[in-house]
Design a protein. Structure first.
Length: 408
């Protein structure tokens, strides 16, 4: 549960100091682990690093002026990140950069290490160590079982506080309805019901302003106030685009979880789809700029975020379907051919003449659970079936057995 923080200028300076301490401790721990090489002693664990932090707070005034809770939690987070890395889940924890990774985490029992109160209907306050009561916009009720929260500052200069709460899943209508969702670039989400939903991005005037602003840093001196103001203006427009995408994802996922009992999505390998086509010096890629533009469009459509939020809100009711040939198969008769899709938006079956929106037709195939199991219409009895197509059981049984080839 995330809320918008409203710190005073003095509180903002103290929060930035906490962010700097957490980032500095994290980077020192990262440097110790990156220094390890085969043959050297193992890198210090959390216990040894905690003792080193205590000694540093005695010798130096800068860490001693900060919160020990924030600094110790940064070490705990790094130890957990390394444990996750060795377990094979995420990538290796790396450096944190000022202006990009601004945040810290507070863990502990509510009322002892931190607390939350509500002085008015729209105002809430959270207690941050060595900062005091910091205001935030109260937009929903905070459960009492919260054990930690994170304070973060984005590149646009906005502060947020996020409480670690897992909201309950949304119950379906109980009618057994099934919907298929086809995710695309031109249409962000096409439903088997015929609905076509698109992520609201930046307006034309805002997109042109981003292009103009992105040219200005080349004419500004590094480290200057002018360059900082330009980067902040760009970040604010990018944050506006991100907020609109997240808002669309939340509303769309909630609506789907409430209306349908089973939600079927394409099992897309998004990380592989957005891989760069740049290649190497020895083997440079082709159509690199076009592929980069496609990757940006995929990110802007929010494919992964939509699937993640659906799995959270409709837990156990989301099914992944093989996306192979769902856009080339006619939902009405089952005929599959590449010529069925005339354009990005038009689907016209060459066998039965069925016409539909291409993405909606694919969504209907996804809702039916169809992957690739349709044969082309028989034209030549001597022509062998296409690779990967299913054959009628009778035809397979009547075929004469072929001799086993010898490879000796």
């Amino acid at each position: 549960m995330r809320f918008r923080l409203q710190p005073t200028p003095a509180q903002e300076a103290a929060l930035l100091e906490h962010c700097a301490h957490a980032r500095h401790v994290w980077n020192l721990a990262c440097e110790q682990h990156l220094h390890w090489r085969p043959g050297r002693a193992s890198a210090p664990g959390y216990g040894e690093q905690s003792r080193q932090l205590t000694q540093a707070r005695r010798e130096f005034g800068w860490p001693a002026a900060g919160s020990q809770t924030v600094q110790q939690q940064a070490l705990r987070d790094f130890a957990q990140a390394m444990a996750n890395f060795f377990a094979g889940t995420p990538r290796r924890p790396m450096w944190r950069k000022a202006g990009v990774h601004e945040g810290f985490r507070i863990v502990g029992r509510r009322g002892a290490h931190w607390d939350v109160r509500r002085p008015s209907r729209k105002i809430g306050e959270v207690w941050v160590p060595k900062v005091g009561w910091v205001r935030f916009r109260w937009s929903r009720q905070i459960p009492g079982e919260v054990k930690s929260f994170r304070v973060k500052r984005d590149r646009a200069g906005r502060w947020h506080v996020a409480f670690a709460v897992i909201p309950p899943a949304i119950e379906g209508p109980g009618t057994g309805t099934i919907v298929g969702v086809d995710r695309g670039v031109a249409v962000s989400a096409a439903l088997s019901t015929g609905e076509r939903l698109s992520v609201p991005g930046l307006r034309d005037s805002e997109a042109k302003r981003v292009v103009r602003l992105q040219r200005r840093p080349a004419r500004a001196q590094r480290g200057s106030n002018r360059r900082r103001r330009v980067k902040t203006a760009i970040a604010r427009l990018k944050a506006r685009q991100t907020d609109r995408r997240k808002d669309w994802v939340e509303k769309t996922s909630t609506d789907l979880a409430r209306r349908f009992d089973v939600i079927r999505l394409e099992d897309l390998k998004i990380s592989a789809m957005v891989r760069s086509a740049r290649g190497t010096i020895a083997a440079p890629g082709v159509n690199v700029r076009a592929k980069a533009g496609l990757n940006r469009s995929i990110y802007a459509a929010g494919w992964g975020l939509l699937a993640t939020r659906l799995e959270h809100k409709a837990a156990g009711r989301v099914e992944k379907i093989n996306p192979a040939y769902t856009s080339q198969t006619c939902h009405a008769c089952g005929h599959r051919a590449a010529d069925n899709r005339e354009s990005q938006a038009v689907f016209r079956c060459r066998a039965c003449g069925h016409v539909d929106h291409a993405d909606v037709n694919a969504a209907k195939n996804i809702a039916a659970g169809r992957a690739v199991t349709f044969l082309p219409r028989p034209t030549d009895p001597d022509r062998p079936p296409e690779r990967g197509a299913l054959q009628p059981l009778g035809g397979a049984m009547n075929r004469e057995p072929q001799p086993v080839p010898s490879y000796v």
